[in-house]
Design a protein around this ligand. Structure first.
Ligand SMILES: [Zn+2]
Length: 218
């Protein structure tokens, strides 16, 4: 875990389970100065814990991470026949999902990011309120990555000379995080629009509002 900016990258099915999701999260977070939480599943434990069953109450580190960040991108891996070039952008923050689609599609010709929830298989939409991706104050985006975009799978046996898209994906995800943080920092915060002092109003003499005693009704 790394606590850096208020934008976080999550990969809790990393290691041997959804391979490379953790390394992509680490690289994107480092690039963007973003916070990071990864879980590396050991090779002998290929147990896919459903996202909604990952309980920050049972993991102090995850709880600290979710307290620290305001929004997250959670990276997962999936594989479905016919969907080898489709990334899925689910999760509760739909504006951020649209930004993921724009930036990743611009960086990865030949890949599509599906951010229309109705077009995403229900089990991969990431909309459960207990899913860690939806727990930060501004929610988050669940990005499901097919093997090919992670540089994995049979495709690469047949195309060994072709450059892997993983580095461009990392750059695009990092730019999503940087854009979100700078948009947030440019919004005036409540303390900046409020008068600096809660005491005497500017230039007003302390007692001028009180009438001289001679004018007081008796
Ligand atoms: Zn997963």
């Amino acid at each position: 875990m790394e606590l850096r900016s208020s934008f976080g990258f999550l990969a809790f099915h990393g290691g041997s389970l959804e391979e490379e999701t953790d390394t992509i999260a680490v690289a994107a977070a480092a690039r963007a100065g973003a916070s990071l939480y990864t879980v590396l599943q050991p090779a002998e434990l290929r147990w896919h814990i459903p996202s909604a069953d990952i309980d920050p109450g049972a993991s102090p580190a995850l709880a600290r991470f979710l307290d620290h960040v305001e929004v997250v991108v959670a990276l997962h891996g999936y594989g479905r026949a016919g969907w080898w070039t489709k990334l899925l952008a689910g999760g509760s923050n739909r504006a951020l999902a649209a930004d993921v689609r724009r930036r990743v599609e611009a960086a990865l010709p030949g890949y599509e990011v599906v951010d229309d929830l109705s077009a995403i298989p229900r089990a991969l939409r990431g909309m459960h309120p207990d899913n860690p991706v939806n727990r930060p104050r501004c929610g988050g985006v669940q990005v499901e990555l097919p093997p090919r975009v992670r540089g994995l799978g049979r495709y690469w046996n047949d195309h060994p000379e072709e450059a892997r898209p993983t580095a461009a994906l990392v750059t695009a995800l990092g730019s999503v995080a940087q854009a979100w943080v700078s948009a947030r920092d440019s919004e005036p915060s409540t303390s900046e629009v409020r008068p600096r002092s809660s005491g005497v109003p500017n230039g007003a003499p302390m007692k001028s509002v009180a009438p001289p005693s001679a004018m007081r009704p008796i």
